[in-house]
Design a protein around this ligand. Structure first.
Ligand SMILES: Cc1cc2nc3c(=O)[nH]c(=O)nc-3n(C[C@H](O)[C@H](O)[C@H](O)COP(=O)(O)OP(=O)(O)OC[C@H]3O[C@@H](n4cnc5c(N)ncnc54)[C@H](O)[C@@H]3O)c2cc1C
Length: 492
């Protein structure tokens, strides 16, 4: 008889893990508390507007292809990945604009226009970021880093001796500043730390790996919207026989004598051999597992990642000056992060990110209109914030700043939906509303993130943004892969 696995949550990490486990012959039951699967990779449709409400840019597309191949499906027959070019249009406070591209010549050309003396540094910078990727990806992204035998077995010892080459002792900002002199370029490349929910002035320069991932390996849009990826994964999971329970909350992971024996979901007991938990690990220890106070303290000591305020705006006007992805920078980036991370306050001058899928798929907005996804980086939840007040304050700030940038949409918003950190907490059970799990604001964070296999509780495995190797679509899919493989090994 097949061994049974309960998968908690329908986020991408858990879904990917469930698909693999079903392929490996396990009897898989997946429980998602919401009506819809996908977790933070979500979608809103209202009238003639359609929005992705979470991720907007896909990187490391080969991670997805590998999952489809493993499950016996052809990704290219189910989903179209469209390279985004320019990857992003940047608006700087001094009025200058730059289109960043994964095309090397175009990128160097754009840098030359902004800061001729920095143009020659681009190749050197990307080569430095690539070195970090080449050196670290195998150990830090593709290996369950807490499993010492695997880290050593893969012939990775040489990497461990070259840890200094990963630039862990500088911050992202210091790493970037070694290559560029123009503060606008430094701000642009510093920004990538936020893609792991971190502060560029604190996170180790190792995170400059993200620049290589985007500029060296490319950024993609999923034709029809990022949510099409979730739909494709659901189809695969169903075809492979994963039993999916939506609107079903897991209330407890049953642990007896340090062994998992089942879950309680909506009051019903499901006896299983293994649990793959795709819910936030910090919240899981605090709310789903009885006992283990030392572990709980350890989990609660980890710093959550950034959160955010998201405005979904249906706009009855087209803005040719904007591209698919746009960033309107704040004047003082360091102060923005000081407010967000050190003071846990909302920033006075937030950097504004705008993604408009109707640039690629015009049917996502009413004719002559656009569907805006606007994301502002925000602190994780503390007791001192009043998010209902912040919505109006931030809306005003965004509209004023856009107008100053020459983009006036104040009278053109005909649909609005807002998400605050409280929504990320309530909708997805994410720890303190964090959107990328745990921050990488210290050198050791890669090791402090929870492992994909619990050492203390036998039969318990983890996937998702709050555990190794971290947040973002490709990484959570890799976490699902590692967790499924560990379950497979433990069954043998
Ligand atoms: C605004 C925003 C922008 C982003 N932009 C990008 C981007 O451009 N590119 C990128 O790669 N990534 C981006 N990300 C990050 C990416 O979306 C996440 O890292 C990823 O989707 C998280 O997947 P996950 O597996 O951790 O699951 P989650 O999405 O966290 O889902 C967890 C699921 O578990 C369910 N759950 C929790 N507890 C229980 C329970 N007790 N019982 C049953 N179900 C439960 C929740 O309801 C939820 O559906 C963004 C995220 C956000 C929010």
């Amino acid at each position: 008889m097949s061994k049974k696995v309960a998968v908690i949550g329908g986020g991408l990490g858990a879904l990917g893990g469930a698909i693999r486990l079903a392929c490996m012959g396990f009897d898989v039951q997946l429980f998602e508390k919401n009506e819809k699967l996908g977790g933070k990779t979500n979608e809103v449709v209202s009238g003639s507007y359609r929005f992705d409400t979470g991720p907007s840019l896909l990187t490391m597309d080969f991670v997805i292809d590998e999952l489809f191949d493993f499950a016996g499906f052809k990704r290219s027959e189910m989903l179209e990945f469209v390279p985004v070019d320019p990857i992003c249009r940047y608006f700087f406070p001094d009025g200058s604009i730059m289109d960043a591209s994964a095309d090397r010549e175009k990128m160097i050309d754009e840098i030359s226009k902004l800061s001729p003396e920095d143009a020659d540094s681009y190749d050197e910078f990307i080569s430095y970021c690539k070195d970090i990727y080449d050196l670290t990806a195998d150990v830090f992204l593709y290996t369950p880093i807490h499993e010492m035998d695997k880290v050593l077995k893969k012939g990775n010892l040489s990497t461990l001796f070259k840890l200094y080459k990963m630039d862990p002792f500088r911050s992202v900002h210091q790493g970037v500043s070694r290559y560029f002199s123009d503060p606008r370029l430094i701000q642009l490349f510093d920004r990538y730390a936020t893609y792991s929910g971190s502060d560029p002035f604190k996170a180790p320069a190792t995170l400059n790996i993200i620049c290589y991932v985007e500029y060296g390996l490319g950024g993609y849009y999923v034709k029809g919207g990022i949510y099409r990826l979730v739909e494709a994964l659901i189809n695969m999971a169903e075809e492979l026989g994963v039993e999916i329970y939506t609107s079903t909350k897991v209330d407890e992971i049953i642990v007896e004598n340090d062994f998992v024996s089942g879950v309680f979901a909506d009051g019903e007991r499901f006896d299983v051999d293994y649990v793959l938990c795709g819910a936030d690990a910090v919240v899981t220890y605090n709310t789903l597992i009885k006992g283990y106070p030392v572990l709980k303290d350890k989990m609660n000591s980890l710093e959550p990642s950034l959160s955010g305020i998201v405005f979904l705006w249906g706009i009855n006007k087209q803005n040719p000056e904007l591209k698919h992805h746009n960033i309107i920078f704040s004047k003082d980036y360091q102060e923005e992060f000081r407010q967000i991370f050190d003071k846990c306050e909302t920033p006075d001058d937030p950097t504004i990110y705008v993604s408009i899928t109707s640039k690629a798929d015009p049917e996502h907005a009413s004719s002559g209109g656009e569907n805006w996804f606007v994301l502002l980086n925000m602190p994780y939840i503390t007791d001192d914030q009043d998010w209902s007040l912040e919505i109006d304050r931030m809306r005003k700030k965004v509209l004023t700043k856009l107008t100053k940038t020459g983009i006036d949409i104040s009278n053109n918003i005909e649909f609005e939906k807002v998400y605050t950190p409280l929504d990320f907490l309530n909708l997805y059970n994410s720890n303190k509303g964090s959107i990328y799990g745990i921050s990488s604001n210290s050198r050791m964070m890669a090791f402090k993130r929870h492992a994909n296999r619990s050492r203390q509780i036998k039969g318990l495995y983890f996937a998702g943004g709050s555990v190794h190797p971290g947040g973002g679509i490709p990484l959570v899919l890799l976490s699902g892969k590692m967790a499924a493989e560990l379950i497979g090994e433990d069954m043998e």
